[in-house]
Every structure is written in structure tokens, then in C-alpha cells.
Ligand binder design. Structure first.
Ligand code: VG1
Ligand code: CO
Length: 542
């Protein structure tokens, strides 16, 4: 009943910032998914008889790969698999299920914010027993294994019915099809003041969530409409579709513009939020005020004790290096630790496991805490609703009061997508070559105080991750950062991150791009972005 199938390695199975992401037709090549899944299992030890969690964001090819993964888990000796009904588990829900049921690990099928469909993106990621993305040590081992793999094991049995909750036998392994929402919704209820949010909404505060036809629909309907009493229809695009209804499920000012415009309109809702494909990102918009992800981290940290789950305060904060330093000022004031990590949630796990940090965030619309080991979109939305309910102030009032107290970190990211890979690498190489000569010089009238290629020394396991982004710091605390995306599936994406700190409250209402104009010009001067990319402007500005 168990077959060992011969296979040939593929050369391109290197996991990026968050797992292996490729176009669906790449994944559909013979044994492509099987090779990667077997390479995961081959890189792990001691899972015989243990539990594995499997789920995905519902995108095209999700069900097929789940059936393969179930049969391979059985053949490789797992004792039990917990799988979300319909093959659905949001990334934060998968993290919670791994932790709650003390699973050995989990396979999360998602390409997150990348579009889905027969010619779009798919992805596979492995999470370890703490519920978080596998650290580099493991992803490196998986990649090494993919390069030499010559066979995989699979059970020759019929597909499992993924649409019925219950327990099934698969070649001697138990498969439990679970409700993907209940455990997660229960967890949220332990962290936030649901009665206070319920009365805020009952009092006429209008909340809209756009699930972008991706995984958060069922979660948002259960929590916002059923448990918090928001009127039916408050969750838009709530049915997860294999192609996300042609939405680009990336919650930002470009792809969630309709929601943004609605909240900003005179008779629109008071609060709007959106999530990405797999539910780990969030966008928060209050009436008259978009909250940048970097600010959101700082403001959640500053107001954490409003929420029952955090009433005793937070242990520390971590942010990815390109994320603005707004949270640093909060940590300083609270007298707690502040950690700066490379891009990607996998670097936060050690800090959370060691109890050093409670909340973490990235500029890419990701915020979360140690309740799971992934960023968590709906968690951030509920945190904001809890803060609004507790402070009895609008999002706009809360944000402006925060800036008045701490100063404002103007912040923006410019993405240049679909750049020729060689050209993108050449741009980075040219920058790297001149880093040592930059300090003390002026770029567009701004004096460089330091320039380096960020390297991270993990304080817990002492691993070192180099080449994590080029940063040029200017006198006065402004900075520009350059790095190449590790989640794309075609060509290269150059990301330019721009930040200016402005302590003066009378200068807190400047339009962001205008406030950053001299830094943006400096970035062009030092990196020659137009010449290398052949683009006159970014494809996405957030
Ligand atoms: C991007 C973001 C990063 C995030 C990663 C995964 O990575 O910049 O902050 O952790 O996506 O998020 P990159 O390498 O493309 O810059 V998700 O929601 O796609 O799992
Ligand atoms: Co995501």
C-alpha cells in the first residue's frame, strides 16, 4: 500500500522569505510538490507517530497538494494529521492549531499576498512545533535535500473527503478534518474585550472587513458578525475562491483601494480593515486616517494594556529592520527590550519563545504577538477595535495623540516589480561596493552618518544571517533601505524603504511622499534606480 517512487531533483526549490513560491504550472510538473514535501520530511527527525497539521489559503491547487501531502505523511510514518475542512487554515490559525494540539509541525500551503489561479502563484511552507516558520537552519537543509532527492514515499489510497468534519483512516494514519475557525475564534475571545467591542458596534460604530475573496472570510464572519454582532454584510468578499475572484489579495492602498475610498467617504464606515491571501497581513483604516503598518506596531504596543490578554504589559517589541523606528520610541518609554531582525517572520520565533518579546511587526502590513508564531491579520484588527472601544476615541484621534507624544515617523515603501534579475543584482552590487565610502559624504544635500549591509546575530541561538538589506542612515535619523524581495515568482522586485523622523507636531500633517521627497531623490542619486530598472517610477507605493 506504500510506494517508493523514483524521482529526479529540481534545481529551483530554494525557500525564500516565507517558504517555496512558484507559479502553479511549475508546481504541476511531475513530482515537483512531492519532491519538496519529501525533502521537508527528510530534513526532520523524530516525527514517527506524531501529529502534523496541514492547511492552506484555499487557492488553486490547494486541494490537490493537500491530498498528496496526506498520503505522503502516512507513508513517512506520521501518526495523525489535523487538516482544516475544505483544506482551509489561515496561516495564524495553522500556527495556533500546531501549538494547541502540540503537533510536531505543520505544512502551510500558501503564496500569501500573491495572486492565485491556474497561471498564478502557489506555495509550500513548513512550520515547526512552536507554530512558527522553520528557521533558516531547517530551510537550508530542505533546500540541500531537494538537490539530491531520488525518491519519495506515498500511500496508494483514495483521496480523503476534505469537506466533512470527522476522523478518517488513511493507510493506518488518522486524519482528523477539523473546523478551521473555531479554535482560532476562541483564542481571540481570550485576548480581547469582546463585550466592549460588541457594545461599540451596537452603539453604531460601523466596521467593514474586506477579505478579498481569500482565507479570512469564514474567520471574519464568525468573529465580527456572529460573535461581535456586526450586521450581516460587514464582511465583504467573504467567500474564499481559488483565484481570489481575480483580486490581488494584498491589503494595501493599491489593492484595497475600494475599501480605503469607502472609509474615507463622508458617509462611509468608521473603520475598515483588509487581510491578505492567507490571513496573516492586515490593513487598518479609520475614518480620515490610514494607519501605516509601522505605526500600527508602535500604537498597539503603546496601548497594549487596553486588551485583557495583555493587561500586565508586554515583555518587549521586535520589528524587521526596514520597519520604521516608531516602535523603538515606545519601547524606550516603557523601558522594555527592542529587537531589530531581518525581514520575515521566521526571525521572531526565537525571541518570542525566549520570552523576550510579546509583540512583533513588519512594515509589510504584518503585526502579531506571542499568542501564535505567525503574524496575524484579524488579531491586529481586533486589537485596534479593542483600543478604540477602551479609549473611546476614533482611530484618527488615537494616531494623532500618539504622534504628538512620540513624534511621527514618516514612512513609505516603493516597489519596482518585474525587474530583470541581473539588473537588480547589479544595482545591489554597485551599492554594496560603495558602502564604505559613503559615511561623511552628502547625497542630495543629506549627510550620511552610516551605511552597511544589515547582518543579524540571533541573541538566542547565535546564528548569523548576512546580506539582509542595504541601509544608508543620514544625520538626524532619516534613512533609506534597499533590498530584493524573497517572495516573488517572476523576475526581481526591488524594495526601497524610506523613513524620516519628525518630532515637531506642527509638521505632522504633511503628505507622506512630499515629506520624504528629498530622501526619495537621494535614493535615486545613490542607486540609479531608473537606469538599472528601466522604470521611471515604482510599480507600487505603500
Ligand atoms: C515580504 C515582506 C515581508 C514578509 C513576507 C512574507 O517579503 O516584505 O515583510 O514577511 O513578504 O509575508 P519580501 O521578501 O518579498 O520582501 V506573506 O504575508 O507573503 O507570508
Ligand atoms: Co500572508
Amino acid at each position: 500500500m506504500i510506494s517508493t517512487v523514483s524521482t529526479k531533483p529540481y534545481a529551483d526549490q530554494k525557500p525564500g522569505t516565507s517558504g517555496l513560491r512558484k507559479k502553479v504550472p511549475v508546481f504541476q510538473q511531475e513530482n515537483y510538490a512531492e519532491n519538496f514535501i519529501q525533502a521537508i520530511f527528510d530534513s526532520l527527525e523524530g516525527f514517527e507517530g506524531q501529529t502534523l497539521v496541514i492547511g492552506g489559503d484555499g487557492r488553486f491547487y490547494n486541494r490537490e497538494v493537500i491530498q498528496k501531502a496526506l498520503k505522503m505523511a502516512a507513508a513517512n510514518g506520521f501518526g495523525k494529521v489535523l487538516v482544516g475542512k475544505g483544506g482551509i487554515l489561515s496561516t495564524p490559525a495553522a500556527s495556533h492549531v500546531i501549538r494547541k494540539y502540540k503537533a510536531f509541525g505543520g505544512i502551510v500551503l500558501s503564496a500569501s499576498h500573491n495572486p492565485g489561479g491556474p497561471t498564478e502563484d502557489f506555495g509550500i511552507k513548513y512550520n515547526i512545533s512552536n507554530g512558527g516558520p522553520a528557521p533558516e537552519k531547517i530551510t537550508d537543509a530542505i533546500f540541500a535535500r531537494t538537490k539530491v532527492i531520488d525518491s519519495y514515499k506515498i500511500a496508494d489510497v483514495a483521496d480523503i473527503d476534505l469537506d466533512t468534519v470527522g476522523s478518517f483512516d488513511l493507510a493506518g494514519m488518522t486524519v482528523e478534518v477539523i473546523d478551521p475557525v473555531a479554535d482560532y475564534a476562541d483564542l481571540m475571545e481570550t485576548l480581547f474585550d469582546f463585550p466592549a467591542i460588541r457594545s461599540l458596534i451596537a452603539g453604531g460604530f460601523r466596521v467593514v472587513i474586506d477579505s478579498m475573496s481569500a482565507v479570512t472570510g469564514p474567520y471574519a464572519v464568525e468573529i465580527l458578525e456572529k460573535r461581535l454582532g456586526a450586521p450581516s454584510g460587514s464582511v465583504r468578499n467573504e467567500v474564499p475562491l481559488p483565484d481570489f475572484g481575480h483580486h490581488h489579495p494584498d491589503p494595501n492602498l493599491v489593492h484595497a483601494k475600494e475599501l480605503y475610498d469607502d472609509v474615507m467617504s463622508a458617509d462611509g464606515p468608521d473603520f475598515g480593515a483588509a487581510s491578505d491571501g492567507d490571513g496573516d497581513r492586515n490593513m487598518v483604516v479609520g475614518k480620515g486616517m490610514f494607519v501605516t503598518p509601522s505605526d500600527s506596531l508602535a500604537m498597539i504596543a503603546a496601548n497594549a494594556t487596553c486588551a485583557p490578554g495583555y493587561k500586565n504589559g508586554i515583555a518587549g517589541i521586535a520589528r524587521s529592520m526596514p520597519t520604521s523606528a516608531a516602535a523603538d520610541r515606545v519601547a524606550e518609554k516603557l523601558g522594555i527590550g527592542m529587537y531589530e531582525t531581518p525581514t520575515g517572520w521566521k526571525f521572531f520565533g526565537n525571541l518570542m519563545d525566549a520570552g523576550k518579546v510579546t509583540v512583533c511587526g513588519e512594515e509589510s502590513f504584518g503585526t502579531g504577538s506571542d499568542h501564535v508564531r505567525e503574524k496575524d491579520g484579524l488579531w491586529a484588527v481586533l486589537f485596534w477595535l479593542n483600543i478604540v472601544a477602551a479609549r473611546k476615541q476614533s482611530v484618527k484621534q488615537i494616531v494623532e495623540a500618539h504622534w504628538a507624544e512620540y513624534g511621527r515617523n514618516y514612512y513609505s515603501r516603493h516597489d519596482y516589480e518585474g525587474v530583470d534579475t541581473d539588473n537588480a543584482n547589479a544595482l545591489v552590487a554597485a551599492l554594496r561596493a560603495k558602502l564604505d565610502s559613503l559615511p561623511g559624504t552628502e547625497i542630495n544635500g543629506l549627510t550620511v552618518s552610516a551605511a552597511d549591509d544589515f547582518a543579524y546575530h540571533d541573541p538566542i541561538d547565535h546564528s548569523v544571517s548576512k546580506n539582509q538589506g542595504i541601509r544608508i542612515l543620514f544625520e538626524g535619523g532619516s534613512r533609506i533601505v534597499f533590498r530584493l524581495s524573497g517572495t516573488g515568482t517572476s523576475g526581481a522586485t526591488l524594495r526601497l524603504y524610506v523613513e524620516r523622523y519628525e518630532p515637531d507636531a506642527s509638521r505632522h500633517a504633511i503628505e507622506t511622499q512630499a515629506a520624504l521627497a528629498d530622501l526619495i531623490a537621494a535614493a535615486e542619486e545613490v542607486a540609479e534606480i531608473k537606469r538599472y530598472t528601466g522604470m521611471s517610477e515604482p510599480t507600487v507605493i505603500t
